[in-house]
Design a protein around this ligand. Structure first.
Ligand SMILES: Nc1nc2c(ncn2[C@@H]2O[C@H](COP(=O)(O)OP(=O)(O)OP(=O)(O)O)[C@@H](O)[C@H]2O)c(=O)[nH]1
Ligand SMILES: [Mg+2]
Length: 328
């Protein structure tokens, strides 16, 4: 007997074939089962759909769900960029977060105080940068989700305690990151990467610099790493060098701030457009509105060694602080 399948059914069948994930397949299959004409001619087909559904549901059960621990490491990026704080136990990560953002993360004189990542927003000039405090890096254990949090960051702040063999601490941190296929770079651009590796810019920070002998330790630490990375001594608790720290954090992000203006009006310098270093006028237009790119005829720029209001082309690279007037 002919099956006489309806267009509704055929449509759902097409969706089933195109489905990429198991839930998508189940959804399409449910529609197929609901709309299939129920008569003798479709009996075999209905049987096949039923057993297919049973198999899909079984497969869905077998897949490991994303665990609670892993979910905790999923920190939504906010502000201009996300910077992850990393360090061994007690280095002062949570003290720093609590000091330079409005977030609070528990501080204690015993190790392993922080159990899950905690984000906070740091103000730098007219920007907000997200910092993420994390549980301490350990030699023998990595929480699921932790490597992903790090790999997705825009930059890293590697914090060491200057009173506890800082060079050794940094070597452990770099080695652990290496194990996660994260190439940490600072001043010198790294070599091209193998498949599966990511490269992240980092700022090295020596904490507790107000302590006795800490600055001597800092000088050894600095001479060890200064050719490779930007380095800074701070005291999170004493509030020392924190303005410098904000500047250095901004520096590792490799971004520029530009400002857009409409002809005849002043630019709003409180609302920067944030772009990767090396971006062009075209990308400024894109950030304003996607239609602007196609319509863009030329732009005028104030700043960056150009004379005021100089006319530039769409593929001209923009610089930090430029004011840009887009003409469409
Ligand atoms: N002297 C001094 N002590 C500090 C400074 N910053 C933090 N501490 C102390 O160092 C200890 C550890 O600080 P935390 O901020 O909890 O360190 P943490 O890196 O978050 O530690 P975990 O969460 O265990 O990884 C606490 O006793 C802090 O009071 C500092 O600048 N100077
Ligand atoms: Mg902590």
């Amino acid at each position: 007997m002919p099956a006489n399948l309806t267009p509704q059914y055929l449509n759902a069948e097409l969706k089933f074939k195109q489905a990429k994930t198991i839930p998508e397949k189940i959804e399409a299959l449910e529609v197929m089962m609901a709309v299939i004409p129920k008569h003798k001619g479709t009996e075999r087909l209905r049987g096949q759909l039923k057993s297919r559904m049973a198999k899909l549901k079984e497969e869905l059960q077998k897949r490991p769900a994303v665990g609670k621990a892993e979910q905790a490491y999923n920190i939504k990026r906010e502000g201009a960029a996300q910077v992850v704080l990393l360090g061994l136990p007690n280095s002062g990560k949570s003290s720093l977060l609590s000091k330079i953002t409005h977030a609070s993360s528990e501080v204690a004189d015993y190790p392993f105080t922080t159990q899950k990542p905690i984000p906070g927003m740091m103000k730098f000039e007219n920007l907000q940068i997200q910092l993420v405090d994390t549980p301490p890096v350990q030699l023998d254990h990595i929480e699921p989700g932790f490597p992903n949090l790090i790999r997705n960051a825009d930059g890293l702040l590697l914090l060491v305690d200057l009173t506890e063999a800082p060079v050794f601490q940094m070597e452990i941190l770099l080695e652990e990151l290496n194990g996660m296929k994260i190439k940490v770079v600072g001043k010198v651009p790294g070599p091209s990467l193998d498949v599966g590796w990511v490269s992240l810019r980092a700022l090295l920070v020596g904490n507790k610099c107000e302590m006795k002998n800490a600055m001597e330790a800092y000088r050894r630490f600095e001479s060890h790493f200064r050719d490779l990375f930007p380095i800074l001594p701070i005291s999170a608790e004493g509030g020392m060098n924190l303005d410098e720290l904000r500047k250095e954090i901004y520096q590792i992000l490799n971004i520029v701030r530009v400002y857009t203006k409409t002809p005849g009006k002043e630019a709003d310098l409180t609302e920067p457009v944030i772009l990767k270093k090396g971006s062009t006028v075209e990308e400024v237009a894109l950030s304003v509105h996607k239609d602007f790119v196609a319509k863009l005829r030329y732009a005028k720029v104030w700043g960056s060694g150009k004379f005021d209001g100089q006319r530039v082309k769409r593929n001209d690279v923009v610089n930090e602080g430029d004011v840009i007037e887009l003409h469409i």
